[in-house]
Design a protein around this ligand. Structure first.
Ligand code: C2E
Ligand code: CA
Ligand code: CA
Length: 725
């Protein structure tokens, strides 16, 4: 059991206890007399007025010269009279009487009612509600406060002289002898424990009202207090329990204090029923651990469950477990296109389906967004888990009907089986997440088990990220340039800039490998800026020197993560101003996949960029999702046909596909660049179908800026001379 600090006691609780204690203290030497206060609070439907009542007589009515003036049409001119009646004891104070009508006996039109009963006259008590006419209400209150005078009272008692405060106080008070027996108990406490006063006085407090373990704890504390009179043992006991005479137990807070009076020691225990507070706490507790949308456990719930299971597994012979990480594919797209309400409904359906596939003892949680996790207890067998996961995938792939729409979803799943090598629950989460990520990247697998091979990949990624952190300042990056040739003029009209990374430890690393790491780690922001600045300086320099006979363009690959950054356009503009490059020579290449993630936002950004005069190239066209459908909505100036299509141009089907892509571009009045042109024959085909430009090893591989410059000026000069012949 814990003894919390007093600061946790709610104000009213502490206040009431302290007031009572101080009154008790005063009782030791002072006589206490009462001060009476009378009030009439009138609510006429418009105004709320409080009158302090202390005079002999008050006229009430619709007469502005009256002390209690009620401007209401249903109230008579002189509706009622309030009169003071003397009582014989000054302790009891006065009484007030309300009388219907005026002093000369003329009664009101609509009468008066006290506590719902029509009266002609009535002696008022504290809290009486008086209705004056049909719609005016007044409340009469009579309160007493205490004033002390120096007179002796019962010396050995700490109860106020007549016990009226003791019994009126809302909190339940037990006064105990130092041996723990009950000496006095107030009315609230009797109600609380459901016992008659005669049945409890003299009984042992702990034995009578405390269940275990609080009973033993209390007895121990009392005996220690007895030995040392050490008050620090007392104070507040929160979240204890009280046992009623009918056996029912409920949560309560105790405040225990020692009162010393004429060498006699009394323990005062004030008990507060905190059942309703506990219910709220439990509710809050539930909220803190529950995902409000799906009612599954939330991240916190999952991590705590995982922590417990992990330590059971590590420190006992408990069986191992598996952790499954699920992530929906293209959920953001669904959300953006079909609306958030639809997305929410979808998540609810999915959560139910996931839950149905597992046992009650397994923990299914929603980590956030479209990420779910499952802790499968006691199962480490890969074959069994594979079976479970396949069943799960099957059930999740069943079409989902939400309102009038029916959709199918796909998902990526990572699985990790607990091993003794795992040092923490976080490592397990990391591995499951990584396996899920691999599944997402792979076109082949919907689920992937984390294993040594995946572990090595993860290790490699971690190393890449570490090395990439310092790559800019160590000047390990270089931009290469690959020429793009116009099929109409044969001139090299622009270059695509491609990033190269030469790291002392890792050697040359392909951008296809390290760019995704930059994107995941957020490093792409700084690296992307470096690339843009570098490309712009190069572009400016080339065009200033006019070495290619024609003005040249440079296209820069920008990742989706980079472009949706709120400062991207601002930074782009900064670089254009700094390098003084002409925006019409700068082109940005974006991929379809970036559009998928947040179409609306991407569209907005691209429009802003386009407005600066910069052309947008849609890269890897055809590899993403149904880009044809939304192409016309985007400010795209050039399509780049992915090299996988160019490679197939020699087949019947391949040719048809490229032809229709070019045709689509022509309809939309967009230029087309075919990527990955490696042989003469491809150029021939592309020319025939009116493709605008080509890029590929057939012309040249990407080159350092010096070599690219030499190559392009030589090429263009050759073209120039041949056209002059
Ligand atoms: P990408 O934007 O589609 O770039 C074209 C890739 O195709 C380049 O690979 C290029 O070297 C290669 N390529 C060009 N012609 C041919 C050909 O005829 N045959 C074959 N087989 N390949 C050809 P690279 O340089 O390895 O870049 C790979 C990817 O990495 C790029 O694909 C792009 O997505 C990314 N990347 C490269 N540089 C950057 C950059 O500066 N920023 C960003 N965000 N991504 C970059
Ligand atoms: Ca590109
Ligand atoms: Ca490409």
């Amino acid at each position: 059991m814990s003894q919390h600090s007093n600061t946790e006691i709610s104000y009213s609780f502490e206040h009431e206890v302290e007031t009572y204690k101080s009154l008790c203290q005063q009782n030791n030497s002072n006589k206490v007399s009462k001060i009476h206060e009378y009030k009439l609070e009138v609510d006429d439907g418009i105004n709320y007025t409080t009158y302090m009542i202390n005079g002999e007589k008050y006229s009430i009515g619709r007469n502005s010269s009256f002390s209690i003036y009620i401007p209401n049409t249903f109230v008579s001119h002189h509706h009622a009279t309030l009169e003071r009646v003397h009582s014989d004891s000054s302790e009891a104070g006065f009484s007030y009487l309300i009388r219907d009508g005026s002093l000369n006996g003329k009664s009101s039109k609509n009468g008066i009612y006290v506590n719902g009963n029509k009266v002609t006259e009535c002696l008022l008590s504290d809290g009486d509600i008086i209705r004056i006419g049909p719609n005016v209400k007044a409340r009469f209150t009579h309160t007493t406060t205490r004033k002390s005078e120096n007179t002796n009272i019962k010396a050995d008692s700490i109860i106020d002289s007549d016990g009226s405060i003791f019994h009126a106080i809302k909190e339940s008070i037990f006064l105990l002898n130092i041996d723990g027996t009950i000496r006095d108990i107030n009315k609230a406490a009797l109600r609380l424990v459901g016992i008659e006063e005669k049945d409890i006085i003299g009984k042992d407090f702990a034995q009578t009202v405390l269940p275990e373990p609080w009973k033993s704890e209390f007895i121990k504390t009392i005996s220690r207090v007895n030995d040392s009179l050490d008050e620090s043992m007392l104070g507040r006991w929160s979240a204890s329990k009280i046992k009623r005479s009918d056996g029912h137990e409920f949560h309560s807070d105790f405040s225990i204090s020692l009162i010393e009076n004429n060498n006699k020691i009394t323990l005062m225990i004030v008990v507060r029923d905190i059942t309703s507070q506990k219910i709220i706490e439990q509710q809050l507790q539930l909220y803190a651990y529950q995902d409000p949308l799906t009612l599954l456990g939330n991240r916190r719930y999952f991590l705590e469950g995982l922590g417990t299971e992990f330590s059971r597994f590590k420190h006992s012979s408990a069986k191992g477990f598996a952790l499954i990480f699920l992530d929906l594919n293209r959920f953001k797209y669904i959300n953006d296109t079909l609306g958030h309400d639809f997305g929410d409904s979808l998540l609810i359906v999915i959560s139910k389906r996931i839950k149905k596939n597992f046992r009650d003892e397994d923990i299914v949680a929603r980590l956030g967004g479209d990420e779910f996790t499952v802790l499968v207890k006691g199962i480490q067998d890969r074959v069994v888990l594979t079976h479970i996961i396949r069943r799960l995938i099957r059930s999740l792939q069943e079409p989902i009907q939400i309102r009038e729409k029916k959709i199918s979803i796909s998902l990526s799943i990572g699985v990790v089986i607990s091993t003794q090598e795992h040092l923490s629950p976080e490592e397990l989460m990391r591995d499951a997440d990584f396996a899920m990520y691999q599944a997402k990247e792979s076109q082949l697998h919907q689920y992937i088990f984390f294993d040594n091979q995946i572990g090595a990949l993860a290790q490699r990624k971690i190393q890449l990220e570490q090395e990439l952190r310092n790559a800019i300042e160590r000047e390990e990056f270089e931009l290469y340039y690959q020429p793009i040739v116009s099929l109409e003029t044969d001139y090299i009209v622009s270059f695509e800039s491609l990033l190269r990374w030469d790291n002392p430890k890792l050697g040359w690393v392909s951008p296809s490998e390290f760019i995704p790491v930059c994107e995941e780690s957020g490093l792409i922001k700084d690296i992307g800026i470096w690339i843009l600045r570098q490309a712009c300086y190069q572009l400016k320099q080339w065009n200033d020197r006019n070495i290619f006979l024609k003005s040249i363009g440079v296209s820069v690959n920008v990742s989706g993560k980079q472009i949706v950054h709120p400062l991207f356009v601002e930074e782009l503009l900064g670089i254009i101003n700094e390098t003084r490059v002409s925006p019409k020579n700068l082109k940005l290449e974006i991929t379809e996949s970036m559009l998928i993630e947040d179409f609306e936002q991407a569209k907005e950004k691209l429009e802003e960029i386009n407005a600066l005069g910069i052309d947008i190239y849609l890269d890897d066209f055809g590899t993403g999702y149904s880009s044809f459908g939304y192409l016309h909505q985007l400010p795209v100036n050039v399509l780049k046909i992915d090299r996988s299509f160019t490679a197939e141009i020699n087949t019947r089907n391949g040719l048809k596909i490229v032809e229709s892509m070019v045709a689509l571009a022509k309809v939309l009045e967009i230029e087309v660049v075919a990527e990955g042109v490696e042989i003469q024959e491809q150029i021939h085909c592309l020319k025939k179908m009116n493709c605008d430009k080509v890029q590929g090893y057939y012309i040249s591989k990407p080159m350092s800026s010096d070599i690219a410059e030499e190559f392009a000026s030589e090429h263009n000069n050759k073209v120039f001379s041949s056209t002059r012949k």
